[in-house]
Write a protein that binds this ligand. Sequence first.
Ligand code: ZN
Length: 155
Amino acid sequence: MNQSQDEYWMYHALKLARIAWEQGEVPVGAVLVQGDRAIGEGWNRPIGQHDPTAHAEIMALRQGGKVLENYRLLETTLYVTLEPCVMCSGAIVHSRIARLVYGASDEKAGAAGFLMDILNHQVALQSGVLAEECAAMLNDFFRMRREQKKALRQA
Ligand SMILES: [Zn+2]
């Protein structure tokens, strides 16, 4: 898979992240790809779903499992706009996906460190695809949130 295909799917994941934003959720998007088709799409929606596990990656993996009718998501690539957290990294290992591609790094909640080392042995890992675009969406979202809070306090 070449870089332009990675960027194509990462743009797709960014579109899904935008849906999360519109629903008032932290904008993270994920798409699971097999061959040249998307078999799972997800965006972050824990608030709307009343589900602490409803991260973009989990939603995409669940849908992919239904499409493949298999709990093992062999020969798939997961694209996600933000470095996966510890929970999602565990799910990625269990799902047996072949390749993980993410955009922005997450210094706070990302699974960097020992779990990332485990991931690295289980899947082909590519980071930093459209990293600036992915990080900008999150930064814009949190800036908007801060400004909204400030406006509320001043009202
Ligand atoms: Zn997660």
